[in-house]
Design a binder for this molecule. Structure first.
Ligand code: AMP
Length: 289
């Protein structure tokens, strides 16, 4: 399985990545974690990245692309991986496409965790409190001031990736305001629909609640959703519906090919059960806004 998790800081990418790591034994590649390790070890990259990270800005593309390229060459990558926090800009996404092509690696899906911005500050505050309670060192960029900068950079530089991957028919969106368990279930459903995992494996018991950040048992909406015009919401809903039907088409073709012993109709029905459910939830929510 090769997966990208997209979403703003506090969306739950790290928590979900940990759960997928436990369930499927794949590797989590978090550029944020790698950079923090480099800063702690005071490597040349760490020294370059330190102040940039503390300010909430993005480290130059060449640095993170280099880190990821080296990491993808390691033998443990054969098991599969989840990219968490990379790519974060369109040039990074284009560079990743090139890298994957060169290394003959196929990307299965890009899953966007969509959350209300108003909830993010609460989530990050919870994360800080949990880290303090565990006696861990708190990230210096987990402050309200730096968080708002990180969010601004997400909106300006990372959000365009939603369009980038949607155009390439790789994007699936999950409502990140659901509980951790529900989000995990939806991610597994999508992974199974795109053929990244066996449906049976995706349905099997959820991993132990040991995953990082699992204390956030119920991530209920912490505030009002950002206001949107009805026109915008309808447009977004129509776009989602179109993307969902495209995904369903791709997944249907895959499942049809995979279901050797079954009739094409049966395979299509099986996929219909999986794909629209995940997509519909987001569509309905958006239309309400
Ligand atoms: P994260 O742990 O993903 O929130 O990342 C923490 C910080 O590391 C970010 O605010 C950036 O300064 C830097 N960083 C992580 N990943 C990237 C990336 N793909 N591109 C540029 N900067 C990154």
């Amino acid at each position: 399985m090769r997966l990208i998790l997209l979403g703003p800081p506090g969306a739950g990418k790290g928590t979900q990545a940990q759960r997928l790591v436990q369930k499927y034994g794949i590797i989590q590649l978090s550029t944020g974690e790698m950079l923090r390790a480099a800063v702690a070890a005071e490597t040349p990259i760490g020294l370059q990245a330190k102040d940039i990270m503390a300010s909430g800005a993005l480290v130059p593309d060449e640095i993170v692309i280099g880190i990821i390229s080296d990491r993808l060459d390691q033998p443990d990558m054969k098991k599969g991986f989840i990219l968490d926090g990379f790519p974060r800009t369109v040039p990074q996404a284009a560079a990743l496409d090139e890298l994957l092509k060169k290394k003959h690696i196929k990307l299965d899906a890009v899953i966007e965790l969509r959350v209300n911005e108003s909830a993010l500050l609460n989530r990050v505050e919870t994360r800080v409190a949990e880290m303090r309670a565990r006696g861990e060192e708190v990230r210096i960029d987990d402050t309200p001031e730096v968080l708002s900068k990180r969010l601004a950079s997400y909106r300006a530089l990372t959000e365009p990736l939603i369009h980038y991957y949607s155009e390439r028919r790789k994007l699936a969106t999950v409502d990140g305001m659901m509980t951790i368990e529900q989000v995990t279930r939806e991610i597994n459903r999508i992974l199974s629909a795109v053929g990244a995992v066996e449906p049976k494996a995706a349905r099997s018991a959820a991993p132990a609640r040991k995953a990082k950040g699992a204390a956030r048992k119920s991530a209920k909406p912490a505030g009002k959703k950002p206001a949107k015009t009805a026109g915008k919401a309808a447009k977004a809903a129509a776009k989602d519906k179109k993307a969902a039907s495209k995904r369903a088409g791709t997944a249907t073709r895959r499942a049809t090919a995979a279901a050797k012993g079954r009739s094409a109709g049966k395979a299509r029905r099986a996929v219909k059960k999986i794909v629209p459910k995940a997509a519909k939830k987001v569509t309905k929510k958006r239309a309400k806004r």
